[in-house]
Design a protein. Structure first.
Length: 287
């Protein structure tokens, strides 16, 4: 019998867990709005995912780890999203934004999400990532120029960045549901933005962090570290209730743990990526 040979994994995607596994959910009425029902994925919210940009992030395009998830630019969700980014971009200078451009139309472009409907997004550099992404060797700092400006201004980055950028990796779906008694409620579902969240193209991403143990190294559960983002998505009162329920479930012990999160998180967790969020409370928003 030959000597066993250790196999070296060379493809980071080999470490990713599958997309289908048991999940635990909780459903509750928004204390501030009885017509708003929240369905929350406890398996995801109690995971130890954290952004690892600039450290163990491999990027979504092979060979372009420095891009992180910024390779394709960000589509705006609505006019308010555009207005917020436009105001934030006016605060940037050539010293803080490597690819400085004046005028909204000069740092955005029209594309399409579904192949037919025009939609505006942040522009990308020729053969490169989003124009707001500063390179690693830029004196003003590596990473999103909007994110860095928010930290300099003492506000949470979600105040300046496009919606899709600050919401990831949280996925919020909303729909009106009719109950058997004829009443209607707005159901907000909060869960993981996995590869399928991007549509068919999500399976072509070279690497995706939510499925990778390399990104499940956070010092806190996601419902804590992403408190400001969750507050903006479902409202303050709903988030406070969600925090209460998540804390209780954590104390009892989660049955359906996220397979990318270690069963026993290390006492001293690996620090997150190079773009930490500020601790300032964000605007309260639910739409």
């Amino acid at each position: 019998m030959g000597t066993p040979v250790a196999v070296q994994l060379t493809d980071p995607r080999d470490l990713e867990v599958g997309l289908d596994f048991p999940r635990e959910w909780v459903e509750f009425a928004d204390p501030a709005d009885p017509a708003h029902l929240v369905r929350a994925d406890l398996t995801w919210l109690l995971s130890r995912w954290t952004c690892v940009f600039g450290k163990s992030c491999h990027g979504i395009i092979r060979g372009r780890a420095a891009d992180g998830c910024c390779s394709h630019g960000a589509f705006f969700t609505d006019a308010d999203d555009e207005k917020r980014v436009r105001a934030a971009a006016k605060k940037l200078t050539p010293q803080t934004w490597q690819h400085f451009r004046r005028g909204f139309k000069n740092y955005t472009e029209v594309d399409t999400v579904d192949g037919t409907t025009p939609a505006r997004r942040t522009a990308t550099r020729e053969g490169g990532p989003c124009v707001f992404l500063n390179d690693a060797d830029f004196p003003g700092g590596w990473g999103c120029a909007l994110h860095a400006q928010a930290l300099r201004d003492g506000v949470h980055p979600l105040e300046y960045k496009p919606d899709v950028c600050w919401q990831l990796p949280i996925r919020r779906d909303q729909e009106w549901a009719k109950r058997p008694d004829g009443s209607k409620v707005l159901v907000s579902t909060i869960t993981e933005f996995d590869r399928r969240g991007w549509g068919e193209g999500g399976h072509d991403l070279d690497w995706w962090c939510t499925s990778s143990p390399e990104a499940h190294v956070g010092a806190e559960p996601l419902f804590v570290s992403y408190g400001p983002e969750l507050t903006a998505l479902i409202g303050r009162a709903a988030y406070d209730k969600l925090h209460e329920l998540c804390t209780a479930r954590l104390a009892q012990g989660l049955v359906a743990r996220h397979p990318a999160t270690p069963a026993q998180p290390p006492a001293t967790a690996t620090p997150g990526g190079l773009e930490p969020a500020s601790t300032r409370a964000p605007r309260s928003r639910r739409s």
